[in-house]
Design a protein around this ligand. Sequence first.
Ligand code: ACM
Length: 526
Amino acid sequence: MLIPLPHHLLERSGHFTLTEHTALRLTPGSEPVARLLRETLAPATGLPLPAHADGQLALVLDPLLTGLGPEGYGLTVGAEAVLLRAATPAGLRNGVQTLRQALPPTALGDTPAPGVPWRLPLMEITDRPRFPWRGAMLDVARHFMPVAFLHRFVDLLALHKLNVFHLHLTDDQGWRMPVPRHPALTEVGAWRAESMVGRAGSRRYDGTPHGGAYTRAELTGLVEYAAERGVTVVPEIEMPGHTRAAIAAYPRLGNRPDRRLPVWPEWGVCDSVLGVHDAALDFCREVLDEVMDVFPARHVHIGGDECPTTEWAASDAALRRMRAEGLAGPAALRGWFLRQIANHLIDQGRTPVTWDEGDDEQLPPEVVTMAWRTGAHGAPAARSLARGHRVVLTPWERTYLDYPRSADPGEPLGQDGTVTVRDILAWDPVPVPLPEFGAGSGSVLGTQAQLWTEFAPTPADVEYLAFPRLAALAEVAWSPRRGTPGRNSRSFTARLAAHSARLDALGVNHRKPRRPPRRRADARLG
Ligand code: ACM
């Protein structure tokens, strides 16, 4: 019944019932996790779960339990007592999500459900993630998403034991992050006059202004909210391409300071890119200084994808820079630019992340690359690994949830292609031992889903794209490799039927399973 599938699970018949008399036995450091358990269960169950030295439900933080790894946990549900233990609060939090899923689905709702017996099946679980990076990227630039939805999205990530929320804050169509030194970024860059209707190049527009920006307090609040749930917010500021919104705010950042351009109302890849002059580099460093101040995450994403070189090829200043740096052509300016900025982050003790464009020879080895253009496990990722980069696998065929889930004309408009639950589940990010995968000193950190929002203007649209495919990706990122007992499509389908009831209880706008659940499968936990 659990998604993602735990690594070791033994079920027994019988159950432990949580009641208003159930108390929590806590150890030093486990109080914040107790708070999370109470907060998430209180709305539906009303259970007070007070702390007591003889509590039946123990949340035990024991740093000596290192065998479970930094995020693993052990859970024993006995008839008389429940024991959740881990070496770290992150491990305990993952155990809390297992407890939530093991309860009746109404336990996840936000309205009181009186009369429901809050039963946990008797079981023994030892669990730990396969990959340390398990995430989802949400594009709030193409369509602005209210901060309340970002909180809800964090809750949904945590429920699936996903630990990275990659927030795509800037793009050609909008800039969402306030930077006090550069106020026009949000005053001008956060708004576009209208949006393209249909796919890139349609030449049709809706005539409706769109925009929005977060306040610093909202972003700081989001970071704290996510941290309490074991989720790290990784911010992304795009450069040197995907920067039309910034250039609309400050034309001097571009290659033609004399030209005023609007925030881009189109979809696709925009020709406007940052200049490779000192003013643009200083601007990026100043923006990232503010980003580092707001987001404590070790990783900071600096974009780097889809950077057309037409403007650089036509700019005397850019060509001078190219020659002065001994670069072979304008295309090499992208890697050069990213290297300057990556080094700024590294100097501050952060780890830069970029989208892999297959020509990243100039990037320092500390940079984490996201292999999005690859086939399921194709050459660019292997090349990055061979150069010593750590890699997050984000191949579009498996992880781009903005692609339609089927060719059904009833499905919402998306990119040209499909990504199905089956495509995701059938994928093994590291199908063979790493040396054969072409790795040098690099390693695969994990994987994450991509939710680009050109065609998903509202939170409900995003939820429909995400679920249940994000649940399948969580299985790939957390659970043991395919073929281990219980880790197969049939088991997932059966567990998804139960999971669907949880998504219903949470009010998630998800695509419901087509076939009714089979009774026997539905009754099993694993
Ligand atoms: C991307 O999809 N342009 C990273």
